[in-house]
Design a protein around this ligand. Structure first.
Ligand SMILES: Cc1ncc(COP(=O)(O)O)c(C=O)c1O
Length: 342
């Protein structure tokens, strides 16, 4: 069924399937069979979900004879730094439009973590003020570069979440489906952080293609439920059109929870930090405060309330974010003293 999928050009940045492992201690605590898919450990830079999208996006850039690429995101965007790293691998220059999307002004957030990594990769950066639309900033910066250099860099939208980038998570779903099979898992629910919709849409369409019985539970970290659901739906429709899939009601496969956004995108609350703590204490796995920490908090709450959304086998998709964590150094002391977190 997935033969058509194989025709899309891909730059193989990830050399092997990422680990699919049991979460033994949490399984014992909650009496549900829990697994983790470690896309944070894909072997490229600091790992993370964007590498999978970039395998397809950069292949498209190459096909378009690009010598430079441009993308953008928040100041601590994992997507931006991962793009800069992967571009290096292919000898492409990178430009990044970084928007002050998160109201954290301290020095760590503004210059450590992904910002530092961008510098190491020699990416050219232009910063934009709070409230700017990331995709518009990318376009504006691309036009400025074209005026200066005579050629426009290949544009990658926010989060790499267009139809081409989302192919990466179709491939991931096929990989998870075969790992489930190898472990004798016939059905599951999968919890993950949902930001710009490409990961969730790719997973939904990918599990459909694989014929795998997996409920995808997205934990929104940016948008409210109607908006992110619509974004996921549109991408599922575009993907199915590209792949020639007909007669599937994608809307009924979309499940998002928007209760974990807390004070906003990139702003972790106490419960997020407590969840990060639990991840380290139980499984020695490190989650980040912007994406996976919030999604893991969602998983823990589902487990605590024995939610019917969780099936007997549950998979947590670790989408990365470790580098962004380094921008949040100020937070831990403040949590202990219960002062304002920002
Ligand atoms: C670590 C991490 N997890 C999850 C996501 C969300 O992925 P998507 O934008 O495809 O929804 C991102 C996006 O930037 C991310 O950096």
């Amino acid at each position: 069924m997935n033969h058509k999928f194989e025709i899309f050009p891909r730059v193989p940045l990830i050399q092997q399937a990422t680990p699919f492992l049991p979460l033994d201690r949490l399984t014992e605590l909650f009496n549900v069979s829990l697994w983790i898919k470690r896309d944070d450990m894909n072997g490229v830079g600091a790992g993370g979900n964007k590498v999978r999208k970039l395998e397809y996006l950069l292949a498209d850039a190459k096909q378009n004879n690009a010598s430079a690429i441009i993308t953008g995101g928040g100041v601590q965007s994992n997507h931006a730094s991962t793009t800069a790293i992967c571009a290096k691998r292919l000898g492409l220059k990178s430009y990044l439009a970084l928007v002050a999307a998160v109201p954290i002004e301290n020095e760590h957030y503004q210059s450590n973590g992904n910002v530092f990594l961008n510098q190491l990769c020699n990416a050219e950066i232009k910063r934009f003020p709070k409230g700017s639309n990331v995709n518009k900033c990318i376009e504006q910066y691309a036009q400025e570069i074209e005026k200066l250099t005579g050629s426009k860099p290949y544009e990658i939208c926010m989060g790499g979440s267009n139809v081409i980038g989302s192919l990466g998570y179709i491939k991931a779903a096929l990989e998870i489906a075969s790992q489930m099979k190898a472990h004798g898992i016939k059905f599951a629910s999968l919890v993950h952080a949902s930001g710009s919709a490409g990961t969730q849409a790719g997973l939904i369409v990918g599990f459909y293609l694989a014929g795998a019985d997996v409920d995808v539970l997205g934990c929104s970290v940016v948008y409210d439920k109607p908006k992110i659901s619509q974004m996921v739906l549109e991408l599922c429709q575009q993907l199915s059109q590209l792949l020639g899939i007909t007669n599937v009601n994608w809307a009924e496969k979309i499940n998002v929870n928007d209760s974990y956004i807390g004070d906003g995108y990139g702003l972790p609350g106490k419960a997020t930090w407590e969840s990060i703590d639990i991840g380290i204490e139980t499984e020695s796995i490190i989650f980040d405060p912007c994406y996976t920490g919030k999604a893991f908090n969602y998983l823990l709450d589902l487990l605590r309330e024995q939610s019917s959304l969780l099936r007997k086998n549950t998979i947590f998709l670790h989408t990365g974010g470790m580098v962004g964590l380094m921008g949040y150094q100020n937070f831990t002391q403040k949590i202990q003293s219960d002062q304002s977190l920002y």
